[in-house]
Design a protein around this ligand. Structure first.
Ligand code: UDP
Length: 482
């Protein structure tokens, strides 16, 4: 078939290809988006490397939504250096993962181009959705017939708007720190936002990687996609649209499974089989705080001990996810960093709490009506999951976009309280105890909870038939299948 015939033939399918960054928080989002798109009977190809493979594997195991229209493809890449996590590094950023990002972006380029060319000859339109941090792997995408690409920003619109306003992104040859041009929220929260410059949130080698990926973006792409929705971040999406009018900006979130977010935090009993759910079923409404710091954070034993003591003293029920930090690339059981609880701790907490050492069913926990708070590092997935389930947060950011998400959650949306001492090397037990009590057992906490529940309701309503978020998603599907 010639390209002309292919373009004109309505019989040929529209196919979506996902190109994620091999980091769990990024993979998760595109995997959820794949599920949503496939519910419109559109086939999705989810591409990866063996690095991705292990993580997708992990996600598959915990994802009951597997869909026959999603196909996984793994491309081999040469070995790359992979140091173990270092919880005492000056930047808390998981620098040990950077070599796997660089290797994936570099070595996927050629096999990806070949894959897309072959596929493009069999379809009416090939829609490529790639992580903004995998742009270099796709730099020639515009030359592939029948193909249009969309850049996916895995962070909040607030974070992107703030970076654009500070001129941190897309400057000359990639990243250069910006001259500050009074961003929309800078004037309201000068102190909070001044401590979150790119240099403070990322180590230099990751800034270099961001630059190497972002320098390709201005030349490519039919639009940009965000895991957010207008009822949460409408004004920041408008800022982005104003600064980048050449792109159409699609707010397609929340990507997390609708069947769960629809219920909000009202699931009294869950069908999930993880043992923590049976324990949750026994608890009082909104009485449990869930603690998890995402998939990349490695903490020192000293920090773990302070959290453990603070939680025990707070007198609040809790579920704490304390997984061992693994290397994030080729699985090697000898290089796992063990997260050690203080000796005798399990006797100390009795029935007060549960410590989960494996993968936790986070969405199910947040959706359970016994869950009344979430102590989180404010990774964007976790923020979106807490917002859609209406659960207020205690924000303990570590690195990357997390400090900016903290400002969004606690000061703009007012659905959380911040742990004030987050920048200190060691957060002591007293501070943990105080902030847990504040959220779970004070009038201030109750007010924040009401805000979170209100916003959760608004978001879930916007996902119903005719709602704003649902309409934008359907408009995107209509656009790519036009
Ligand atoms: N997650 C989970 N169980 C765990 C740890 C993490 O389900 O034990 C999920 C969580 O629901 C979220 C993602 O992994 O969707 C973590 O992404 P986030 O952006 O919050 O943090 P990151 O890991 O990228 O720092």
């Amino acid at each position: 078939l010639s390209n002309k015939v292919v373009k004109n033939s309505n019989d040929l399918p529209i196919v979506v290809v996902m190109v994620p960054l091999p980091a769990q928080g990024h993979l998760n989002q595109l995997l959820h988006l794949s599920h949503l798109i496939s519910t419109f009977h559109i086939p999705v190809h989810f591409l990866g490397t063996p690095t991705h493979n292990r993580q997708v594997q992990l996600r598959r195991v915990h994802d009951n939504n597997s869909h026959p229209l999603i196909q996984f493809h793994d491309f081999d890449i040469p070995p790359f250096p992979s140091p173990p996590p270092n919880p005492t590094a000056s930047h808390r950023f998981p620098s040990h993962l950077i070599p796997s990002f660089i290797a994936a972006a570099l070595h996927l380029q050629r096999p990806l181009a070949a894959f897309l060319r072959t596929l493009s000859s069999k379809v009416r339109r090939l829609v490529v959705i790639h992580d903004s941090l995998m742009s270099s792997a796709l730099q020639d995408v515009n030359a592939i017939p029948n193909t249009e690409s969309y850049c996916f920003h895995s962070v909040s619109a607030f974070t992107v708007a703030h970076s654009l306003e500070r001129k941190e992104l897309f400057v000359n040859d990639g990243y250069k720190d910006g001259e500050i041009t009074t961003p929309t929220y800078q004037q309201y929260f000068p102190k909070e936002l001044n401590v979150v410059s790119m240099e403070q949130c990322f180590p230099p080698e990751f800034l270099e990687f961001i630059g190497s990926q972002f320098r390709h973006l201005p030349k490519m792409g039919a639009g940009k996609i965000y895991n957010t929705c207008r009822v949460i971040e409408g004004e920041f999406l408008e800022v982005i649209q104003r600064i980048e009018p050449e792109f159409r900006h699609w707010a397609l979130g929340p990507f997390n499974p609708l069947k769960i977010s629809k219920n909000g935090g009202n699931n009294k009993q869950s069908s999930c089989s993880h043992s923590c759910m049976a324990w949750l079923d026994q608890q009082e409404p909104r009485s449990v705080i869930y603690i998890s710091f995402g998939t990349t954070t490695a903490m020192t034993d000293e920090q773990i001990k302070e959290i453990a003591i603070g939680l025990a003293r707070s007198d609040q029920k809790f579920i704490w996810v304390l997984r061992d930090a693994d290397k994030g690339d080729v699985f090697d059981v000898n290089e796992i960093r063990k997260s050690n609880l203080p000796e005798g701790y399990s006797n100390l907490i009795g029935n007060q709490g549960l410590v989960i050492r494996d993968w936790a069913p986070q969405l199910e926990i947040l959706s359970h009506w016994a869950t009344g708070g979430f102590m989180t590092h404010c990774g964007w997935n976790s923020c979106m999951e807490s917002i859609t389930t209406g659960v207020p947060v205690i924000a303990w950011p570590m690195h990357s976009d997390q400090p900016r998400n903290t400002v969004l959650m606690t000061m703009v949306l007012c659905v959380g309280v911040a742990l004030k001492e987050w920048q200190q090397e060691l957060v002591i037990a007293d501070a943990v105890e105080e902030v847990v009590r504040k959220l779970m057992a004070s009038e201030e906490g109750a007010e924040v909870r009401r805000n979170a529940e209100r916003l959760g309701n608004v978001v879930r309503q916007s996902l119903e038939e005719g709602g704003e978020s649902r309409q934008e998603f359907e408009a995107f599907i209509a656009h790519i299948t036009r």
